[in-house]
Design a protein around this ligand. Structure first.
Ligand code: ADP
Length: 256
């Protein structure tokens, strides 16, 4: 593999060509480093549930096992399998976003209906955690990729639900503008400090207090959100205060 630098002083065509090769090489090795880091993170995240599954399956084979323990061990195996499954799904989604060979599948649809649908999907969790949910949705037709955008709302809502204590409040707002729409998801949850805020869009990043909670995350959700928003030429902003809550705001320009 080529490494090192070419010394270029010429401004002719060959010189220009060599210069762009050099830039490409630099970019490639940066990509290479990111890819290696990514693979090592993925392996690590697969390893621990696999170890748990193996360990508890072995324990289950003990013939003298008490009924209560049997149930307990089977539950661990089930939840670790679910974890692996959601990790795989998220990874596949991220990979498909990275290597998007075909353009987005654009459709005109009502974002307000889509948001309602996503909230409906998590009604059970909202009730289980006794959260109060308020929605203010303007009617907004928008042209974008509905399948990818659904993941954005789903990840933001699920995070708000996961990182908010029992009895907290969640707010989902959708407003229309002349050339863009804005979706905000606000929660009164655990919030984040500055250090955490700077890293939440990194792949696999999870704040320490999120790791210790039994929320079952992968650290990939917000990377997916960011990627999809970027593909729609939009922006995402976060404001948060530790112990008070967070607000995620997505702005999408109207593409057509
Ligand atoms: P995860 O699967 O861990 O939720 P994400 O990529 O969706 O992964 O989020 C990365 C991290 O950002 C989370 O682990 C958590 O520490 C922090 N985070 C995301 N959303 C919120 C929120 N609404 N409130 C507090 N922390 C959040």
């Amino acid at each position: 593999r080529f490494s090192g630098t070419l010394d270029i002083h010429r401004s002719d065509e060959i010189g220009q060509l060599a210069k762009s090769f050099q830039l490409m090489t630099e970019k490639l090795s940066e990509n290479d480093r990111i890819r290696k880091e990514f693979i090592s993170d993925v392996s690590h995240d697969f390893q621990s549930p696999l170890l748990n599954i193996k360990g508890y399956a072995e324990l289950l084979m003990d013939e003298d096992l008490k009924e209560a323990s049997r149930k307990n061990y089977a539950q661990v195996i089930q939840s670790e399998t679910e974890r692996l499954s959601s990790l795989t799904k998220q990874l596949l989604l991220l990979t498909s976003l990275d290597q998007l060979s075909s353009p987005l599948q654009l459709k005109t649809f009502a974002v307000n209906e889509q948001l309602k649908e996503v909230v409906r999907k998590y009604r059970w969790l909202i009730e289980e955690k006794e959260l109060s949910l308020s929605m203010e949705l303007e009617e907004v037709p928008y042209t974008g990729d509905p399948a990818f955008l659904e993941k954005v709302w789903e990840n933001l809502l699920l995070n708000a639900l996961k990182y908010t204590e029992v009895g907290g409040a969640i707010e989902v707002l959708l407003t229309d503008g002349p050339d863009h729409l804005t979706v905000s998801v606000r929660d009164t949850g655990i919030g984040m400090d500055k250090g955490t805020l700077g890293r939440i869009f990194d792949r696999f990043y999870r704040a320490d207090d999120s790791r210790t909670q039994k929320t079952g995350g992968t650290g990939l959700g917000l990377s997916i959100v960011q990627q999809v928003v970027k593909l729609h030429a939009g922006t995402i902003d976060v404001t948060s205060k530790k112990g008070e809550g967070s607000t995620f705001t997505v702005r999408l320009p109207k593409l057509s």
